[in-house]
Design a protein around this ligand. Sequence first.
Ligand SMILES: Cc1cc2nc3c(=O)[nH]c(=O)nc-3n(C[C@H](O)[C@H](O)[C@H](O)COP(=O)(O)OP(=O)(O)OC[C@H]3O[C@@H](n4cnc5c(N)ncnc54)[C@H](O)[C@@H]3O)c2cc1C
Ligand SMILES: *[C@@H]1O[C@H](CO)[C@@H](O)[C@H](O)[C@H]1NC(C)=O
Ligand SMILES: *[C@@H]1O[C@H](CO)[C@@H](O)[C@H](O)[C@H]1NC(C)=O
Ligand SMILES: *[C@@H]1O[C@H](CO)[C@@H](O)[C@H](O)[C@H]1NC(C)=O
Ligand SMILES: *[C@@H]1O[C@H](CO)[C@@H](O)[C@H](O)[C@H]1NC(C)=O
Ligand SMILES: *[C@@H]1O[C@H](CO)[C@@H](O)[C@H](O)[C@H]1NC(C)=O
Ligand SMILES: *[C@@H]1O[C@H](CO)[C@@H](O)[C@H](O)[C@H]1NC(C)=O
Length: 609
Amino acid sequence: MHAAAFISALVGLGLVGAAQAGFFPSELIQLTESDVGNFSALAFGNPSRASSAPPCRGWPGTDSWPSDDEWKQLNVSLGGALLRPVPVASVCYKGEAYDAARCRYLVQQAGRTHFWIEDPLAVLTQWPQGSTCVAALNAQGNCTRGGSPEYVVSATTVRHVQAAVNFARNKNVRLVIKNTGHDFGGRSTGAGSLSIWVHKLKEFEFIANYTTAVYSGIAVRVGAGMESFELFNYMAQHQITVVSPGGSTVGVVGGWLAAGGHGSLTSKFGLGSDQVLSINVVTADGKFLTVGPESTGGLEKELWWALRGGGPSTFGVMTSVVLRAFPPISVLSVPVGFSGVRLVYRYCAKVLDAGGYCYSFIYPLGNASFTFSNTATLPDLSSAAATALMAPLFDSLQTAGINISAPRLPERAATPYAFGRRDGGGDSPVNTRYHSRLFPRRNWGDDALYAATWDAIQRGIEEGGYTFHGIAYGPTEAVAGPIGADSAVNPAWRSAALHGSYMVTQPAGPITALDQAERDAKAKRYVDAWRTVTPGAGAYINEGDPAEPDWQASFYGAANYPRLLAVKKKTDPWGVFWARTTVGSEGWEVQTPDGYPFSQNGRLCQVGI
Ligand SMILES: Cc1cc2nc3c(=O)[nH]c(=O)nc-3n(C[C@H](O)[C@H](O)[C@H](O)COP(=O)(O)OP(=O)(O)OC[C@H]3O[C@@H](n4cnc5c(N)ncnc54)[C@H](O)[C@@H]3O)c2cc1C
Ligand SMILES: *[C@@H]1O[C@H](CO)[C@@H](O)[C@H](O)[C@H]1NC(C)=O
Ligand SMILES: *[C@@H]1O[C@H](CO)[C@@H](O)[C@H](O)[C@H]1NC(C)=O
Ligand SMILES: *[C@@H]1O[C@H](CO)[C@@H](O)[C@H](O)[C@H]1NC(C)=O
Ligand SMILES: *[C@@H]1O[C@H](CO)[C@@H](O)[C@H](O)[C@H]1NC(C)=O
Ligand SMILES: *[C@@H]1O[C@H](CO)[C@@H](O)[C@H](O)[C@H]1NC(C)=O
Ligand SMILES: *[C@@H]1O[C@H](CO)[C@@H](O)[C@H](O)[C@H]1NC(C)=O
C-alpha cells in the first residue's frame, strides 16, 4: 500500500491524527485503483512505459477531443466538481449573455473585491488569453473563449487533482493549473485545456514542533490555495512570522514558492522556496507523494530539489507544503529620498546586510526628468537603530548637494510584521509586461561598474519612457541556510542586490503581432544593455519577460537547467505539465492563428513535428 493510503487507513481507524500524519483532510481522499474501475481514462501512468506524445494536444470540436460522454463520466468520477465556465465578461457583449448592469459591475466595481480571484477562468494578466473577451462598457465584436480553458476541475481533494492529471494524460488533453491567476506570463491559462483550479485548497495547520534532520522548531502546513493575506491573518492569530508574498492575494504555495518567491523578509530569512520543509504533490503519473529532506534517494530526492525553485507547473501539482515559522518580528519603513537615485541605491546594500530591502519606482516624465520614490524597510530594528543605520546616507546626500535630511522616526515606528491583513483588498485585471534582471552585488563593489549599471537603467527610463521598478534584496546562501541551500532556485538570486524591472502596460484590446514584435524588440535593446553589465546573472521568472532570450539560463541558471530537464524527462515523459518558459517547455509551442507572440490562444503542438 502507498504510504499515504496506509496513513489514511490509520486515520480512518482513529489511530493517527491528521496532523501527525502530515496530510490535510483533503489530502486523505485519494484516487484508488477501484475508483479507476473500468474508466481507463483515469488510470495511473507509468513513466518508464510512456509512449511518445502525439504531435498536438487534442482540440475541441475535432476527433482528437474526448467525447461528451467521457467528460460526463469524468464529472461523475469527480463527484460533480467539473465546471464549464464561460468567460465572465461575456455579459459585456451583444448576445444571449448580455447584461448591462452586470457589465458595469465588472468594469467599475469588481476590481475592489475578490471577484476576479474567485473566478475559475479569469487570469489577472489578460493579453495571454488573447483579449477575446475583455470587460469593457462598449465592447465591440463577439466574446469568445480564446485562451481560456474549456473545462475546470474545482479541486477540493487530492483525488480530484489525481483524476484530472490522469484524464488529461490518458486523453491527450492540454492541462493547466490555476491558483490565483496572478501570473504575468500566461502560465495559468491555455486554449483547449482542462484546468486544475487549486484555489479552494485553503487548509492551514500550526505545528508547534516540526522536527526533521535539518530543522526543529515551529512550522506551518499551508494548502495550495492559500493567499498571502490569509497566511498573514493566521500569523497574527498564532503570533508567528512566515515569509510570505508582498502582494496580498498572491498564492503562497503555487507559482510564487515554486520559482523562489520574494517578500519583505527575503533579505533576512530568504526566498519562499528557502522556507519549505516538506511538499505533498501529485506527479505526472497521477501518484500522490510526499517529498522532503528525508527523500534521500533516486527520483524523490531529485523532485524535492526541483520543486523548490525549479518552476511551477512542471513537476507536479503541489497540494500542501510545510514552511518554517519564526517568532513575531517587527518591521519599520524609512522613506529615503526622492532624488539622488544612485547614492540611495548604493546605500541600499547596507539595508540588505541589515536584513531589509529597498523598494522603489522611477517614473519618467516625458523629458529628461523623472520622479523617484524609495523606501527602506528594516526588520527587527528600533527607531534609534534604524536612524543610526541610515544616517550616513543622508550625510552623503547633503554632501552631494541634495538637500534632504533624515526623516524623524517616531520612537515606536516599528510595527508587527504579522498584523492581520483582513480581507487582502481587491484585484483588477492588469496587462503588465515585465522586462527584468537580477543585478548582482558585485556591481555595487566597483565605482565604474556601478555607474555603468545606472547609466544602462537610466537610458530606458529617459529614452525608452519605461517605468523602472526596483526591489533591492539579498537572499544570499547564508541567509537561505541549510534548508534553502540545496534547492533548484535560480542561483542568480544568491548573489543579487537588486531585482530591477522595466514595467510596461500592454494595450487592453487586441494589438497586431507586428506591433508586439516591435515593442519586444525595443525592450530588448534597453535590457540588452543591462545584460552587458551583468554577464552570467539572470532574471526572476515570475516577474520576467516572456520574450527573455536564452530563458533557460536566465530563469533557472545555466548550471541547474540540465539537471532540471533530466528530472522533468524522468517524471513527466508525457509532457503533461506545460507552461511557457517552464523546464522542458521548449519542446512545445502554442500555434496562434494571429501569430501574437507568447499568447496562449491556440493549439499546443510539439515543435518541429
Ligand atoms: C499584484 C501582484 C503582486 C505580486 N507580488 C509578488 C511578490 O510580492 N513577490 C513575488 O515574488 N511575486 C509577486 N508577484 C508575482 C507572483 O509571484 C506570480 O504572479 C506567481 O506566478 C503567482 O503565483 P500564483 O500561484 O498565485 O498564480 P497563478 O497564476 O495561479 O499560477 C502561477 C503558476 O503557478 C502554477 N501553479 C499554481 N498552483 C500550483 C500548484 N499547486 N502546483 C504547481 N503549480 C502551480 C500555475 O500553473 C502557473 O504556472 C505578484 C504578482 C501580482 C499580479
Ligand atoms: C463500468 O462499470 C459500471 C458499473 O460498475 C457500468 O455501469 C458501466 O456500464 C461500465 N462501463 C463500461 C464502459 O464498461
Ligand atoms: C458536473 O456535475 C455537476 C453535479 O451534477 C453539475 O452541476 C455540473 O454542471 C456538471 N459539470 C458539467 C461540465 O457538466
Ligand atoms: C459575431 O457573431 C455573429 C453571430 O454568430 C456573426 O454574425 C458576426 O459576424 C460576428 N461578429 C464578428 C465581429 O465576428
Ligand atoms: C521537538 O521534538 C524533538 C524530537 O521529538 C525534540 O528533540 C525536541 O526537544 C522538541 N522541541 C521542543 C521545543 O519541544
Ligand atoms: C519635464 O516635464 C514635466 C511634466 O511633463 C515638467 O513638470 C518638468 O518641469 C519638465 N522638466 C524639465 C527639466 O523640463
Ligand atoms: C534645505 O532645506 C531646509 C528645509 O527643507 C531649508 O530650511 C534650507 O534652507 C535648505 N538649504 C539649502 C542650502 O537649500
